[in-house]
Design a protein around this ligand. Structure first.
Ligand SMILES: C[S@@+](CC[C@H](N)C(=O)[O-])C[C@H]1O[C@@H](n2cnc3c(N)ncnc32)[C@H](O)[C@@H]1O
Length: 229
């Protein structure tokens, strides 16, 4: 996978070994990832896809919350996935990690249309350009079964001036274009435009690097009008 086709976990490959330390030490991921897993509420028998799973912390947490669920992680970054596999093995969590991108997942039966109950995305969307976000939301909708849910936690509009200022650090690192829809609060409208229903912000959490917003959306069935005429 070419370096230019996606943005790695901390923008530069050489920073990937520090990703987990930054997330746990600086972003206090435990606090908000626990809340996010409660929102997703993984259940036995469900198929759950974690898009842009990176080093797999959330993917593993979801599997541990529901060992009888089938949990898959997808990410283009092989170095992050290697770490994810090591962490899953250590935790005894049977998670399946795949290399690939969100708007074009592998064309295999595992990623069949309508084959997932839930799709999650944690801190991935701000790595995608506007156009790739748009294509990703359409793909997520296609991957979900009718009634399936899409759960997002990502940078959003800052709750205070302080959080707007500190978020400039992430914008400088990850880019102004990919982060623009996030800070402008456009993610819910974009998710709705991809055909999701009941798009809602469920909570927000301020961190030392900015404000995280949690969203949930439902994929309703396609409406087919039948006529006897
Ligand atoms: C900031 S990390 C988040 C990792 C993990 N979800 C978490 O919450 O810690 C962003 C991840 O998105 C991945 N990514 C970037 N572009 C992507 C794309 N087009 N499709 C899927 N994942 C992508 C990166 O490789 C990286 O692992």
């Amino acid at each position: 996978m070419s370096r230019k086709s996606y943005l790695p976990p901390l923008a530069f490959d050489r920073l990937t070994p520090f990703y987990d330390c930054v997330l746990s030490g600086i972003l206090r991921e435990r606090q908000w990832k626990d809340a996010f897993v409660r929102q997703v509420a993984p259940m036995a028998g469900e198929r759950i896809l974690d898009l842009g799973c990176g080093t797999g912390t959330l993917t593993i947490q979801m599997k541990k919350a529901a060992p009888e669920a089938e949990v898959l992680g997808l990410d283009p970054d092989s170095a992050a996935l290697e770490r994810a596999c090591g962490k899953a093995a250590e935790a005894g969590a049977a998670v399946l990690f795949h290399e690939g991108i969100a708007d074009k997942p592998p064309a295999t039966p595992e990623f069949g249309e309508g084959s997932f109950d839930k799709v999650t995305s944690s801190l991935m969307l701000h790595h995608l350009s506007h156009e790739v976000k748009r294509r990703t939301f359409l793909r997520v909708r296609a991957l979900l079964r009718s009634g399936g849910t899409f759960h997002v936690v990502d940078w959003g509009p800052a709750a205070t001036t302080f959080h707007r200022v500190v978020f400039l650090g992430t914008r400088l690192l990850d880019g102004f274009e990919p982060t623009r829809d996030n800070v402008s609060g456009r993610l819910p409208a974009m998710i709705g435009a991809a055909g999701f229903d009941d798009v809602e912000e469920t909570r927000h959490q301020n961190t030392i690097a900015g404000t995280l917003r949690f969203y949930k959306a439902v994929r309703r069935g396609d409406c087919v009008l039948s006529s006897s005429k």
